[in-house]
Design a protein around this ligand. Structure first.
Ligand SMILES: [Fe+2]
Ligand SMILES: [Fe+2]
Length: 313
């Protein structure tokens, strides 16, 4: 991989800087629109989506949009920020001064993103966020446990760096999906546009983390982390908890849909094998940089279960 010069990355952070106040929250959100593009709604890749009428689809998309915002907050506040802070503490002066500055930019920007998403959620649902706590995003206990382990041992369980690469790049694709959906709420779209502006640079910073942290670990440790990556990615490419929570809320509000609960269940269970879903969300086409980076690491050859469409170049 060819690393971007830290000086340039730091300079770009300075020149392109924006604050959460640049986002036009005062415009409010339009509850007559969806909050997530249809292409982010899991069931839209499956036959049972046909069971939802227009109002139900809109509600479904609003819950998904809310969950996406909460998930970003979670990943940034509870994974990326603590893991990167841990790396800086452990590596101390071994990191170059400018690279340290890039890492500090990164941390400050992730705090800003998390604030941006909270403000979006508070604008959309003033009653649901008296404290800044997730209202709809749930994750399995196993996933939460694994994320905590990574932040406790960020230079040993380096798998979080790969998750960072993948999720930062996914942010860029996510905005593309928002942009492609004319029915989606403009403020949600705008927040994702601002988010994407920083994330393209974050992928380049993650590459430095690969070089400084991941690449310095012995082969057996990289093997271990590759196996962990396979396990953790599987939870995202074979999602179960979050699609079930979203459709459960839709069914609570529209009880007539309970008649189709078994179909929703079946379709959610099939997402891992649903190649249209995988193609749209976890393929080389949407994550070219992540896939190209994985290609450089022989231990990633067997990354199939976690990333079903991963085929090496
Ligand atoms: Fe972010
Ligand atoms: Fe980021």
């Amino acid at each position: 991989m060819k690393l971007a010069a830290p000086e340039q990355l730091h300079e770009r952070a300075r020149v392109k800087a924006f604050t959460a106040d640049d986002i036009p929250y005062a415009m409010g959100v339009d509850h007559g629109r969806g909050f997530a593009p249809t292409s982010m709604c899991h069931l839209s890749y499956t036959p049972s989506y046909e069971r939802l009428n227009e109002a139900e689809r809109r509600l479904y998309s609003q819950i998904v949009g809310q969950a996406i915002a909460e998930q970003f907050i979670f990943l940034e506040e509870h994974l990326l920020i603590p893991a990167l802070e841990g790396v800086m503490q452990r590596m101390g002066g071994r990191l170059g001064t400018t690279l340290r500055m890039c890492f500090l930019d990164f941390i400050a920007e992730e705090y800003k993103h998390s604030d941006m998403f909270w403000r979006l959620l508070e604008t959309a649902y003033p009653d649901q966020y008296p404290q800044r706590e997730a209202a709809v995003y749930r994750q399995s206990k196993l996933k939460a446990r694994m994320l905590t382990l990574m932040t406790d041992w960020p230079t040993f369980l380096t798998v979080w760096i790969w998750l960072g690469v993948l999720f930062e790049e996914r942010t860029i694709d996510l905005f593309r999906k928002y942009e492609a959906d004319p029915a989606v709420d403009p403020l949600f779209k705008e927040v994702h546009r601002f988010h994407m502006l920083d994330e393209a640079r974050h992928v380049r910073i993650e590459e430095h983390l690969l070089a400084e942290v991941y690449d310095r670990t012995p082969a057996w440790q990289r093997q271990l982390n590759a196996r962990l990556l396979n396990r953790v990615l599987r939870m995202f490419t074979h999602p179960s908890t979050s699609p079930r929570v979203a459709i459960e809320i839709v069914m609570q509000r529209h009880p007539r849909l309970r008649a189709f609960a078994a179909e929703f269940d079946r379709d959610i269970a099939g997402l891992g094998q649903n190649m249209t879903f995988q193609q749209a969300n976890f393929s080389r086409g949407v994550l070219p940089q992540t896939f190209n980076l994985l290609d450089e690491y022989p231990e990633m050859t067997h990354l199939r279960e976690g990333l079903p469409l991963y085929n090496r170049k």
